[in-house]
Ligand binder design. Structure first.
Ligand SMILES: [Zn+2]
Ligand SMILES: [Zn+2]
Length: 171
């Protein structure tokens, strides 16, 4: 999972924060910002960078309809965060992330990052033992794929304490 501009690995940790264009390509923020100073288009597909999140969402939606994994994952993030005026929905966020992950390539940074987001949803919403287990697997996969946020969450080793005082790792 290297940045297509500098060919260095992406992890998401500052100063190598990763950003996605609405066409689903991921870059280091610093590399993309540098590139955008010359031309306001995606360095890979040459598509013009939309001016607003609403324009981005419209573009993403056309690709989500065609089951493009990156577009499904991005749609999930839009619902999770309530971007572009969307009403926040954990259910829709989860459904889109699930579908994007199931269709996407595990080495794609956006798919790995989506696993980290989905793990959070599974672990803290509508909790069941099965969802807890799945969340843990997804978080470890995301960390193994190099997602810094997932690594940090695992490093912090959050514990859940039950009534009888036993502690179990959250992820
Ligand atoms: Zn780069
Ligand atoms: Zn592009």
């Amino acid at each position: 999972m290297d940045c297509c501009i500098c060919l260095e690995p992406m992890s998401g940790r500052p100063p190598n924060v990763v950003v996605a264009t609405c066409c689903g390509n991921t870059y280091h923020r610093k590399c993309l910002n540098h590139s955008l100073q010359h031309k306001l288009s995606c360095p890979l597909c040459r598509r013009e960078i939309p001016k607003t999140k609403e324009q981005s969402l419209a573009y993403i939606r056309t690709h989500a309809k065609n089951n493009k994994p990156w577009a499904l994952c991005l749609t999930g993030l839009y619902y999770l965060n309530g971007w572009a005026g969307l009403q926040k929905s954990k259910y829709l966020a989860e459904a889109f992330l699930e579908r994007g992950i199931s269709l996407g390539h595990p080495d794609h940074f956006m798919i790995a990052d989506a696993k980290c987001e989905l793990a959070g949803l599974l672990r803290f919403h509508d909790i069941t033992e099965e969802r807890k287990r799945r969340a843990s697997i997804l978080m470890h996969e995301a960390a193994a794929a190099g997602v810094a946020q997932a690594k940090e969450i695992l490093d912090r080793n959050y514990m859940e304490i039950s009534r009888d005082g036993t502690e179990t790792p959250i992820f």
